[in-house]
Ligand binder design. Sequence first.
Ligand SMILES: Nc1ncnc2c1ncn2[C@@H]1O[C@H](COP(=O)(O)OP(=O)(O)O)[C@@H](O)[C@H]1O
Ligand SMILES: [Mg+2]
Length: 415
Amino acid sequence: MTSKPFLVLGLMSGTSADGIDVALARISGAPPHLNAKLLGHTSFQFPPALRKEILRVAEQHPISAGELSQLNFRLGHIYANAILAACKKFKIAPRRIDLIGNHGQTIFHQGQPADYFGRPTASTLQIGDGSVIAARTGIITVSDFRPADMALGGQGAPLVPFADYALYRHPKLGRISLNIGGIANVTVIPAGAPPDQVLAFDTGPGNMVIDALVQHFTHGRQRFDKDARLAQGGRSIPALLNELIKDPYLKLAPPKSTGREYYGRTYVEKILVLGRRYRAKPNDLIRAATIFTALSVVHALNCFVLRKHKIHQLIVSGGGARNPLILAQLSAALGRVWSPVGAQHAAPGPATRASSRNIEIVCSSQFGISSDAKEAFAFALLAYQTLHQRPANLPSATGACRPAILGKISYAPPR
Ligand SMILES: Nc1ncnc2c1ncn2[C@@H]1O[C@H](COP(=O)(O)OP(=O)(O)O)[C@@H](O)[C@H]1O
Ligand SMILES: [Mg+2]
């Protein structure tokens, strides 16, 4: 079973709720000799009204059991539509696809146990029903990846480190994979490290706070700060930045994970209050949030990683890899070169800053994985592991007491 290459579609719809990324991967072998190649990537936006509802629910506004059930099924249909459309785009018949790995839409994530009716309880909920997807596409579907890790005491996140390790581990180079989605997270892979020495955690906000401010100030006309144009037009207010950097999440030691429950609406309202206190104009505040996002990554690496491990490369992916101000800040604090997104074969440049950490900052596209495809590709790999009854969590990353076979399998109806 391990030798036959599988064609797998991985789907990711992250906390930004901007839409669905679909990656087509060819995968064969088994760890430590897993071969995975990204063959294609495409993405689809959620219908605007549905996106609004997803965000409303994820912000923990009230929803009835009936509405939640409807949303779960409706999302299943939307994922199925995305798969069928992706197959058309990739010019491949759905019956040639062996497997789907669908992350689903997170609407709640409590990684660390919190009091619930007198008992500490941790839980997570990703929706978009797998049986609907399997029935509509005729393809075996793995979904609901996180609970198996949580059932073993893990935080259920992050799960992408399994793929990072498979793709990026190197005998001589220490590497960090940084994904800047709604939330930003890192996977730290020291040179020659076995899987149990991989460290991974959410560093703090990714694009989530920036997006929320942009939507607030443009009254929803703009969903995000394309190419950091608004932030570049703002001025820096150091005292405001100092306030932001006091965020208690940054001080928590890993393993740790976060989400919209923390960096959502209430958080942004606090930033708006701060903005008024420091007389920040909209662009000033968007600039502050952008720099804060980058600094929260730098802070995490300085506190929890770089003192212990020699790191040579920082490999950036996710929508935030397209934000030039975030990248400039990372380069200034850590790096020696930024190879722009899309520059597949950029040569490493000379050191520019003696005071920086001299880490080479590169885009995941230089490893054959475009920055938008990275997480979807990872869920293709995770599903492949599940189908072969092999684990795909890294307990060192999630805090689980042992490896878990992740997800739930929905079989397609017989042909
Ligand atoms: N050209 C760009 N300039 C600045 N930010 C961008 C650009 N393209 C995408 N983004 C940011 O990336 C976000 C989407 O990132 P993504 O990796 O899909 O996150 P998630 O996994 O949470 O869905 C957008 O909401 C936006 O903030
Ligand atoms: Mg997205």
